[in-house]
Design a protein around this ligand. Structure first.
Ligand SMILES: Nc1ncnc2c1ncn2[C@@H]1O[C@H](COP(=O)(O)OP(=O)(O)OP(=O)(O)O)[C@@H](O)[C@H]1O
Length: 226
């Protein structure tokens, strides 16, 4: 599904040049659940943003189902994201003055579809994460765990085949973190490929593969027995 070939990402400011990613080679097959680990500042978010086409490699190729995304225009990348990707963030990133239902609807913004089928998709996504009873609430009326589950519903409402999660359990207590992991494993079992950055060894252990990054370089990629 995904192939990164010698991907590097440099950040240049006036006098400083930072190599956030250095010659990353990584292949991810459809249906994998990959955990990315590494110390703060090693390049994990840059790697996830590159996989999400929010960031572009400075050099190297990013093949997605055989297409080199590094060569696509912004408009084509927006289409690619709408069709294939779902994003989950550490800080949920819900819009404060929209209801939970409306927040989840944002996940369908760039997708076609009749009103009835959109409502159906939103209700299915809410049921999947157990948040349907909070549809008319606003984010601040929900607990952190509920907010993250709503954010997951927004990420999956368009049925993405790749879910990118940046420390999805980072702001949650143990119980809510475990719930989020169970939802992610369920989504993976129904076919979604998942790539998750995490600082939690116990959450990384639940993935089918663990990738370690150090100073912008991929230092290990290990399949895990589940
Ligand atoms: N926009 C930017 N401009 C300049 N340097 C940047 C930028 N974004 C990231 N960097 C640098 O690139 C390196 C990798 O950053 P990145 O955010 O990917 O690390 P990370 O592993 O996700 O860290 P953390 O675990 O703390 O979130 C860091 O040295 C960071 O300072």
């Amino acid at each position: 599904m995904i192939e990164l070939q010698n991907v590097s990402r440099l950040y240049r400011s006036d006098e400083i040049e930072t190599t956030a990613l250095h010659n990353i080679n990584l292949t991810i097959r459809q249906g994998e659940f990959v955990a990315i680990m590494g110390p703060s500042g090693c390049g994990k978010s840059t790697l996830l943003n590159t996989l999400g086409t929010i960031d572009r490699p400075t050099s190297g190729a990013y093949l997605f189902n055989g297409v080199d995304l590094a060569k696509l225009s912004e408009a084509k990348l927006a289409q690619h994201r709408a069709r294939h990707l779902g994003f989950i963030f550490q800080s949920f990133n819900l819009v404060d003055d929209l209801t939970i239902y409306e927040n989840i609807e944002l996940g369908l913004l760039y997708r076609q579809g009749q009103k009835g089928s959109r409502r159906q998709a939103i209700e299915t996504a809410m049921d999947r994460v157990g948040i349907a009873h909070r549809a008319r609430h606003f984010p601040h009326q929900l607990s952190g765990g509920q907010q993250q589950r709503a954010a997951i519903a927004r990420a999956i409402v368009g049925n993405p085949d790749l879910i990118l999660a940046d420390e999805p359990t980072g702001n949650l207590d143990t119980e809510n973190g475990a719930q989020v992991m169970d939802i992610l494993k369920g989504l993976n079992a129904s076919g979604a490929t998942i790539i998750m950055v995490t600082h939690s060894p116990s959450h990384a252990d639940q993935a089918s593969r663990r990738v370690d990054i150090l100073d912008g370089q991929l230092v290990a990629s290990v399949a895990q027995m589940l």
